[in-house]
Design a protein around this ligand. Structure first.
Ligand SMILES: Nc1ncnc2c1ncn2[C@@H]1O[C@H](COP(=O)(O)OP(=O)(O)O)[C@@H](O)[C@H]1O
Ligand SMILES: [Mg+2]
Length: 217
């Protein structure tokens, strides 16, 4: 279970998260919605361990992610967590397949089964012909799909998605959302997604709304 408890975060003395608490059970699929600037990306960055709050914290089965060592955090990210950033954060000097396989390579868990799973995901999201290309040679939508496959490749226990279909056309959006739904129901992966789209949000089991750094429902 993930417990977010009394999280407060400020930038330059301006409080952007004002005491956020929520519980996310294993196997849940939560959609986080709210206006631009309301603190959604900040919240999921804290849950993913990429940012530290001033007060409160995110706990995985009782362990505060902000208190992990750098080595523990790297291991967590390569095994338990899949994170799709709003800006994708692909590594420009690595080609598509090396970007996707990097977590498994770092974690020394790359085997034939995981390679086959990655191939399947690449075919499904129609990036299988681009594996040797570099991020700068891809469109935004293609980069987003590479980031999605990278996040799914190691079958994480928790998948955190920041507007994961923002660069996709509606047909691909549907494919990607069906894939997240399948991973949630068949592998039991916990999914937390930020989205602006009510249509995308409805793929989740529940919706949490944030306004000005606070949960409103
Ligand atoms: N690194 C940063 N430095 C300063 N201000 C930031 C930074 N990141 C986000 N903010 C500010 O914090 C607020 C919340 O941002 P964010 O969490 O990205 O919102 P959302 O994802 O809901 O659009 C915004 O006012 C934004 O300008
Ligand atoms: Mg955001």
């Amino acid at each position: 279970m993930i417990l977010v408890k009394d999280v407060e975060k400020s930038y330059n003395d301006e409080k952007v998260l004002k005491g956020i608490s929520l519980e996310i059970d294993d196997g849940d699929f939560v959609s986080v919605m709210g206006k631009s600037g309301s603190g959604k990306s900040t919240l999921i960055s804290i849950i993913g361990g990429f940012l530290k709050p001033e007060n409160g914290g995110a706990y995985y089965d009782g362990v505060c992610i902000a208190e992990l060592s750098d080595a523990q955090l790297s291991k967590f990210r390569c095994t338990e967590l899949g994170f799709v950033f709003q800006s994708f954060k692909l590594i420009p000097t690595l080609n598509v397949i090396d970007n996707i396989l990097l977590p498994a390579v770092l974690n020394k868990s790359l085997d034939d089964e995981s390679k086959e799973y990655v191939n399947e995901l690449c075919r499904e999201l129609e990036i299988d012909t681009m594996l040797k290309k570099y991020p700068e040679e891809l469109s935004g939508g293609q980069c987003q799909r590479v980031a999605i496959v990278r996040a799914l490749a190691h079958k994480p226990r928790v998948l955190i998605l920041d507007e994961p279909t923002g660069a996709l056309d509606s047909a691909m959006e549907k494919k990607v959302m069906e894939l997240f739904k399948k991973v949630n129901s068949e592998l039991g992966t916990t999914v937390i997604q930020v989205t602006h789209s009510e249509r995308v949000a409805l793929y989740g089991k529940r919706i949490i709304r944030i306004n000005d750094g606070e949960i409103i429902e």
